[in-house]
Design a protein around this ligand. Structure first.
Ligand code: FES
Ligand code: FES
Length: 157
């Protein structure tokens, strides 16, 4: 089947999609957007988090057909040209990236958190990111990155 969707503001089309195919597969393998990672394919790790109609979802759990006619925003769509989004910049500056597998999902989840909550507390950050697993960092640098992202966002307002 053919799936028509808007990805990062552009109308896109994927052909020969089979009914059980995930949105994650379509994004990575058919539309050339490898930013969203496939770590578990079971909705456990959050590495595939994207916005679907402005709500963060695990793209591995969304059937491609469910995205028909809808808007998807991936980690690639957060930057403006060569300028990283403040959340992306904060992850780099805080040293919150090691292997990087969890990073795209964490960045989308953090992006969603700081736009909803300008000054998240540590428990609020932990709760918001509870669905995003990281095997490398021990999470402290990630917490630093989220705090920095929230500060930067406040400064930019
Ligand atoms: S790859 Fe989707 S939640 Fe792990
Ligand atoms: S940086 Fe490796 S899983 Fe998070």
């Amino acid at each position: 089947m053919r799936v028509n969707l808007t990805v990062n503001g552009e109308p896109r089309q994927a052909d020969d999609v089979w009914p059980g195919e995930s949105l994650l597969y379509v994004l990575r393998e058919r539309l050339g957007l490898p930013g969203s990672k496939n770590a578990c394919e079971q909705g456990e790790c959050g590495s595939c988090t994207v916005y679907l109609d402005d709500t963060p979802v695990c793209a591995c759990l969304v059937a491609a057909g469910q995205a028909e006619g809808r808007a998807v925003r991936t980690v690639e769509g957060l930057a403006t040209g060569d300028d990283l989004d403040p959340v992306q910049q904060a992850f780099v500056e805080a040293g919150a990236v090691q292997c990087g597998f969890c990073t795209p999902g964490l960045i989308v989840a953090t992006h969603d958190l700081v736009r909803r909550n300008a000054k998240p507390t540590d428990p609020e950050i932990r709760e918001a990111l509870a669905g995003n697993l990281c095997r490398c960092t021990g999470y402290e640098k990630i917490l630093d990155a989220v705090r920095l992202a929230a500060t930067r966002r406040e400064e930019a307002r």
